[in-house]
Design a protein around this ligand. Structure first.
Ligand SMILES: Cc1cc2nc3c(=O)[nH]c(=O)nc-3n(C[C@H](O)[C@H](O)[C@H](O)COP(=O)(O)OP(=O)(O)OC[C@H]3O[C@@H](n4cnc5c(N)ncnc54)[C@H](O)[C@@H]3O)c2cc1C
Length: 470
């Protein structure tokens, strides 16, 4: 007999599993369909979590190598045990994905292992991906598509995950490459480029645009470029990768400088292609039942996450926007609450974006350029970490906090940080923006001393030109 659910969710990533838990909390009979053997999607299996585990390990190595002696700590014979580092990363992933399994069971969500396909607007077929697994047919009052994204390929370049790798391959290299070329100076390229540079690779980042971290505040991206160069990353900006081949177990990338059209072959042990991610909807049968996608393949939804077919919803990476785990989670919760009859809303202006390099980069709200283009008048307060006592104690003072406040109301409309723990610091501003706080509100809050958050307070004071410690 076909089992009927109030909600069937296809895809067990941050959008899917969070949506499933929220639906169960709201009393909906819920099923979650995932074709991977583990839950957690891109984020837990091959994205946020393994990359942050490797960033942490490689950061420890770099600090031990370059900074311990300044603290009077002498290390001898420091070296990398890469298999142990990878084992730790895998263990973190395994522990966390098991944790999601536990939560799904605890919330009594029915978990189906297999590939979901839409047959009608109320019927889903779950096709077995392993022979030992049964196929299932499910009936649903509502369907939520949360099938996420995959690596965007670069025309003319075949990713073999051996010499030319995606982020997934770059998180599992079994040796430290002597030379690595990273194609794409976005978040993933810079994070993984940083990992392998710290572990000893010569890393060259090739980027089509003239700057790094596209979409970020220009001042932040310029400063970060300087910092990363100082750390040893090399950059070829305004450079196109035409094609690639493998020669004698090395990748050869044919590149072209877009200013003078000069071509150059760059030879490396590993080439990482990190030019973005695209929606994943293969095998879902969207076209057959009339779910519309846009020209880039993202599923089209309205403000309530309804697709073009009534009763079928979509959230997360598969609908585009900021391709971030926390954005996917929020969309899923809000969508499910609306399915359950509640109201919901997401303030896309207060979703933070974080780059987990060292120092970190964190950003929320509008950039200076966006505001200038929109003709909005604003004031800026800035404070460098060199003037923050905690950052000085930690010998970790690259970067600054930049707060942008609207001219008349003093409402905070943007904040951009380069600095230690920027990804944690930005959260104060996210809360402030959600509560419509002004820069003065933050400036008048007592911040613990000595603490990195004091740099936020000082930048807020700086909006009125009255920062104290500079
Ligand atoms: C290297 C890397 C680092 C990243 N770091 C960060 C970070 O630090 N912070 C951050 O916020 N974001 C980060 N991201 C992005 C983040 O991983 C995604 O934004 C997030 O995973 C999107 O969640 P999702 O649920 O929409 O999709 P996904 O996580 O992609 O999950 C979709 C799931 O659906 C499954 N699926 C697809 N089709 C079917 C089907 N037909 N039937 C059954 N199952 C199906 C897939 O197997 C997958 O498990 C990173 C991504 C990468 C690649």
């Amino acid at each position: 007999m076909v089992e009927t659910f109030d909600l069937v969710i296809i895809g067990g990533g941050p959008a899917g599993y969070v949506g499933a838990i929220r639906a169960a909390q709201l009393g909906l009979k819920t099923a979650l369909v995932e074709k991977r053997t583990t839950l957690g999607g891109t984020c837990l299996n091959v994205g946020c979590i393994p990359s942050k585990a490797m960033l942490q390990s490689s950061h420890h190595f770099e600090v031990a190598k370059n900074e311990f002696s300044n603290h009077g700590i002498i290390t001898k014979g420091l070296k990398i045990d890469l298999p142990a580092m990878l084992r730790r990363k895998n263990q973190v992933v395994s522990d966390l994905t098991k944790g999601i399994d536990f939560l799904i069971k605890k919330n009594k969500v029915a978990h189906f292992f297999g590939e979901g396909k839409l047959i009608t607007k109320n019927k889903i077929e779950v096709q077995a991906v392993e022979e030992s697994q049964p196929s299932n047919a499910l009936s649903a009052k509502n369907i939520l598509i949360a099938t996420g994204s995959r690596v965007t390929p670069l025309p003319g370049i075949e990713i073999d995950e051996k010499f030319i790798v995606s982020s997934t391959g770059a998180l599992a290299l079994d040796r430290v490459p002597k030379k690595m070329v990273v194609v794409g100076a976005g978040v993933i390229g810079l994070e993984l480029g940083s990992v392998w540079r710290r572990l000893g690779s010569e890393v060259v980042v090739v980027e089509y645009l003239d700057g790094i971290l596209p979409g970020m505040d220009q001042e932040i991206s310029n400063s970060m470029l300087r910092i990363l160069k100082k750390q040893g990353l090399k950059f070829r900006l305004g450079t196109k990768v035409n094609k690639a081949k493998i020669n004698k177990n090395r990748a050869v990338l044919n590149t072209m400088n877009l200013k003078n059209n000069e071509e150059e072959d760059i030879v490396c042990d590993i080439a990482l292609i990190a030019v973005g991610r695209s929606p994943f909807t293969d095998g879902l049968g969207l076209h057959d039942i009339g779910v519309n996608v846009d020209k880039s393949g993202f599923i089209e939804v309205d403000e309530k996450f309804n697709t073009s077919v009534n009763g079928i919803f979509a959230v997360g990476d598969v609908i585009g926007g900021a391709m971030l785990a926390h954005k996917a989670e929020e969309e899923a919760s809000v969508c499910v609450e609306m399915i359950a009859g509640q109201s919901g809303h997401i303030n896309y202006d207060s979703i933070p974006g974080i780059v987990y390099t060292h120092p970190e980069v964190a950003s929320v709200g509008k950039t200076e350029d966006e505001l200038k283009r929109a003709g909005v008048k604003f004031n800026i307060g800035k404070f460098p970490f060199t003037a923050n006592s905690r950052a000085r104690c930690n010998s970790d003072s690259d970067g600054f906090v930049k707060i942008i406040a609207e001219d008349i109301t003093d409402d905070i409309i943007g904040c951009h940080i380069i600095g230690p723990s920027a990804g944690d610091l930005i959260q104060e501003i996210v809360v402030a923006m959600e509560l419509s706080a002004s820069a003065e509100d933050i400036a008048r809050i007592c911040h613990g001393h000595p603490g990195l958050p004091e740099a936020i307070k000082e930048a807020a004071l700086g909006v009125e030109g009255r920062a104290v410690h500079i």
